[in-house]
Design a protein around this ligand. Structure first.
Ligand SMILES: [Mg+2]
Length: 135
């Protein structure tokens, strides 16, 4: 892909007159609920095809989830790439310095002793967010 999902979704929002913000902002409850519903619809479509496919439909619905998630971030003025980088940084600390990885019975990677939780609040503050309690 030549452009990041964030760039593609920003182009879509501009082309169709959808809301887009440049700084993390709490939006109206109506808009926030609408975005949540859109994302829930797409997540439900993933669940429908997750087990029995077909694979092209699964790929389609996964992409819809990501696209709508990026759009929701844009509506709220969140740079989602930066948040994903922070989640990734945190996830990588699940492996200890000795390289040991502990897993749950189903294969899920567990948090080790050196795990560092993501600090999403710090990421949003760097983007210019002031939590409502501090405003
Ligand atoms: Mg869909």
């Amino acid at each position: 892909m030549s452009a990041s999902p964030a760039d593609l979704v920003r182009e879509f929002h501009r082309a169709f007159g959808l809301e887009a913000r440049g700084t993390p902002t709490e939006v109206s409850p109506e808009l926030a609920a609408h975005r949540g519903e859109l994302l829930a619809e797409e997540a439900a479509e993933v669940a429908e095809v997750a087990v029995h496919g077909p694979l092209d439909r699964l790929a389609h619905e996964l992409a819809d989830v990501v696209y709508v998630a990026y759009g929701t971030a844009l509506v709220h003025g969140i740079d989602l790439d930066a948040v994903i980088a922070e989640i990734h940084r945190s996830n990588m600390t699940k492996r200890g310095p000795d390289g040991r990885i502990s897993r749950r019975f189903d294969g899920k990677v567990l948090k080790g002793d050196h795990y560092e939780a993501p600090d999403v609040s710090r990421v949003l503050r760097r983007q210019g967010w002031t939590p409502a309690a501090e405003a």
